[in-house]
Design a protein around this ligand. Structure first.
Ligand code: 5CA
Ligand code: ZN
Length: 405
């Protein structure tokens, strides 16, 4: 799978770097804020799209969260290794292709390309490893083999026994009952006869009529969803990487299962922190491809909306909150962008130093983007005589918020 070229991200003055507070992030596993202070290199895995439809603002808000996180690490002078998957074979993709009569691979390729174009327009840093499930079949079957006795057969499908992992449940912090309640809604099959436990998850699915499958030492089939991310993350980041990220709908079962499979296979922790973005809604429901209540990034672009206004509209909500999109979000963001651009056109302004410190303080505190936007608003309302200020503010707003003025 091709990675793509993302935007150049301006560097922060090393002098300002030393003043930056420790970055703190909300970790779902511990249920609290944890320090994120990797040494030298930060390693990040973010769950990618299932490419059967175009990118909506909910997806964009989630990817923006992890873009902000990377900008914090980069501002501290760290190298960042970013891996993202693309679930390029899975039920929703095959179902959509079947329904429209399109070839499933052509559909996946087209939507993946549109995703990359959308992400670039929104100034998201590109992953170094952008990896599909299909190209990772060997990684998946190797990992299934490493799971040994914790994998068992139901008919010709292979399942992972979640009780093989004493720490199962520790990522999402849900009890059995809560887990069962959401498992079925989120791709699980709690009622499948022959499983040891209703929560056991599919790792290798035997061929079904009309569906693609691959030969493997496990027999013919295709990867289960959770093992896909475990295999890709372990291959490209190793164990105990810094952050596993995605939307809050992935905390259980997806991140719970991937982490469990990785722990059982390697004997080591999968990730240090599990960071989850809230759900964006539209018309009173979670924005989702299956419900069809979407505002698409590509549709906004086609309508001529400045992608920086879209980015600002998303930044105005804290990543951890669930929120609903209204057209007024965009109107307000456009106004803000206009005000900021007018302010940096002035020949002189108030010195940038205090603003850079405020931005760093807000974003270090669990990526508090709304507070960061208010700090920029406050700077634009000041007058001053510093002829360098505009240039420095432009660079800081781009480096830390990804908004090009
Ligand atoms: N391919 C899997 C992950 S391995 C998947 O969940 N794909 S997805 O296309 O359904 O979602 C891609 C990302 O967008 C996930 O991190 C998901 O949590 C996030 N996401 C989906 N819907 C929303 C929403 N309404 N608001 C915020 N984030 C969302
Ligand atoms: Zn994933």
């Amino acid at each position: 799978m091709r990675a793509w070229t993302g935007p150049e991200i301006p560097t922060i003055d090393p002098a300002a770097r030393d003043e930056m507070p420790t970055l703190r992030l909300h970790d779902t596993r511990s249920g609290s804020l944890v320090d994120s202070a990797p040494e030298g290199t930060a390693r990040l895995y973010v769950c990618g799209i299932t490419p059967y439809d175009a990118t909506h603002l909910g997806h964009a808000a989630t990817y923006l969260t992890f873009d902000l996180l990377q900008r914090q690490w980069l501002a501290r002078g760290l190298d960042v290794v970013y891996t993202q998957n693309v679930t390029d074979v899975d039920d929703p993709l095959l179902e959509r292709a079947e329904a429209t009569g399109e070839d499933w691979q052509a559909l996946a390729e087209r939507e993946t390309e549109l995703f990359r174009t959308d992400m670039t327009a929104l100034r998201m840093r590109a992953p170094q490893h952008y990896v599909g499930a299909v190209e990772s079949i060997d990684l998946v079957t190797d990992l299934v083999a490493r799971l040994g006795e914790s994998v068992y057969r139901v008919d010709d499908d292979l399942y992972f026994d979640v009780h093989a992992d004493a720490a199962f449940g520790s990522v999402s912090n849900l009890d059995e009952e809560a887990m069962r309640a959401v498992f079925g809604e989120r791709g699980g099959d709690p009622d499948r006869a022959g499983k040891r436990d209703p929560l056991d998850c599919l790792v290798w699915q035997a061929p079904r009529p009309g569906e693609p499958s691959w030969e493997s030492p496990l027999g013919p089939g295709r990867p289960g969803w959770h093992i896909e991310c475990a295999a890709i993350a372990l291959q490209h980041l190793g164990t105990d990487f810094d952050v596993q990220g995605g939307g809050s709908d992935l905390a259980f079962p997806h991140h719970e299962m991937s982490a469990s499979e990785a722990r059982v296979a390697t004997g080591e922790e999968f990730a240090r922190a599990f960071v989850h973005a809230g759900m964006v809604g539209l018309d009173g429901e979670k924005m989702s491809k299956s419900k069809g209540n979407l505002v698409l990034v590509s549709a906004l672009r086609e309508a001529g909306t400045d992608p920086m206004a879209v980015r600002l509209a998303l930044l105005a909500h804290h990543y951890r909150s669930d929120w609903e999109w209204f057209d007024t979000d965009l109107t307000q963001a456009k106004d803000r962008l206009r005000r900021w651009r007018t302010a940096v056109e002035r020949p002189t302004g108030a010195p940038a130093g205090a603003l850079v410190a405020d931005l760093a303080a807000a974003l270090s505190d669990d990526l508090d983007a709304p507070r960061a936007l208010e700090a920029v608003d406050a700077w634009t309302a000041l007058d001053g005589t510093d002829a360098e200020a505009s240039q420095e503010v432009r660079a800081a707003v781009d480096a830390l918020l990804g908004v090009a003025l």
